[in-house]
Design a binder for this molecule. Structure first.
Ligand code: SAM
Length: 258
């Protein structure tokens, strides 16, 4: 908690000192996507999906994987609590969806489905995007599948199993345009998944890492990712680290309060 507080203060100072943005690419992202205040039609669908989970009193038996959420350790969990603790918030879900609509990636990979909140935001925001989402806990993944069917989200495919095998397999078989890393929030695992996913990045690939300021380890993982030679531009929004690989772009790191 103290780490997160200090980290946030540093972030606020840094974002306040961020010089004018001269990169048209980042300028467009901030002004046409991050700061887009228009109400999207799909916001209501996402809100309904989220509310339906937040009001679900059923308990399911779950298996624990990775660091996940610091406050969820029991095996019998209320669906409403999983959605509240592990799932993306309303505002961030809307932002993630806007990013998917803005860049229009053909193939998206999500590492860590949980009950499918972030997945649904991406799926509602852009029905022409195909999403592959990985989840280790069978009962949680099955619940997400049930919700995707109920909300007619037909552009999502969940793969159940430990990332150690599922991620290796999907990366070998597909080229993803955007990858959302929201599974195991530990330094070593994050760096390992990053290295694995680097194998088939292209000029327009985008990686989004959740919770880069969540712990000392995640911050170290983020610093490692930023300095990697394949990485050109990064954006730190405090809760996410967004990574671009665009060749010909000067290596530059932005700190933007969204
Ligand atoms: C933070 S939650 C994902 C939240 C979701 N992306 C959202 O925003 O709604 C992380 C999920 O990753 C899964 N997970 C963590 N480590 C894993 C591993 N090594 N293999 C498979 N699943 C894992 C957990 O079971 C958990 O459901």
């Amino acid at each position: 908690m103290i780490f997160q507080f200090k980290s946030y203060i540093k972030f606020l100072v840094k974002s306040g000192l961020q010089p004018g943005i001269h990169s048209p690419f980042i300028y467009g992202l901030i002004n046409q996507c991050f700061k887009d205040k228009t109400k999207k039609e799909w916001y209501k669908q996402f809100e309904n999906y989220r509310d339906s989970l937040l009001k679900n009193p059923t308990t399911i038996s779950t298996e624990d994987f990775g660091a996940g959420s610091k406050s969820l350790q029991k095996n019998n969990r209320k669906i409403s609590k999983i959605a509240k603790k592990a799932g993306i918030t309303l505002k961030r879900g809307q932002l993630l969806g806007r990013i998917i609509a803005y860049f229009n990636p053909k193939e998206v990979l999500e590492i860590g489905t949980s009950v499918g909140l972030a997945t649904s935001a991406m799926g509602f925001a852009n029905s022409s995007t195909h999403i592959t989402s990985l989840e280790g806990c069978t009962s949680t993944a099955n619940l997400a599948k049930e919700y995707f069917n109920k909300f007619e989200l037909n552009n999502i495919n969940i793969i159940i199993g430990n990332f150690d095998t599922t991620l290796t397999d999907v990366i070998k078989q597909n080229a993803f345009d955007l990858i959302y890393f929201d599974g195991n929030h530990k330094k070593e695992a994050t760096i390992h998944y990053f290295e694995q996913c680097l194998s088939n990045v292209h000029n327009d690939s985008i990686f989004i890492f959740d919770d880069i300021n969540w712990s000392k380890g995640m911050k170290e993982a983020w610093l490692y990712i930023k300095q990697h030679p394949k990485v050109t531009v990064t954006v730190d929004t405090y809760f996410w680290g967004i990574v671009f690989f665009r060749k010909g772009q000067v290596k530059q790191h932005f700190t933007i309060k969204v």
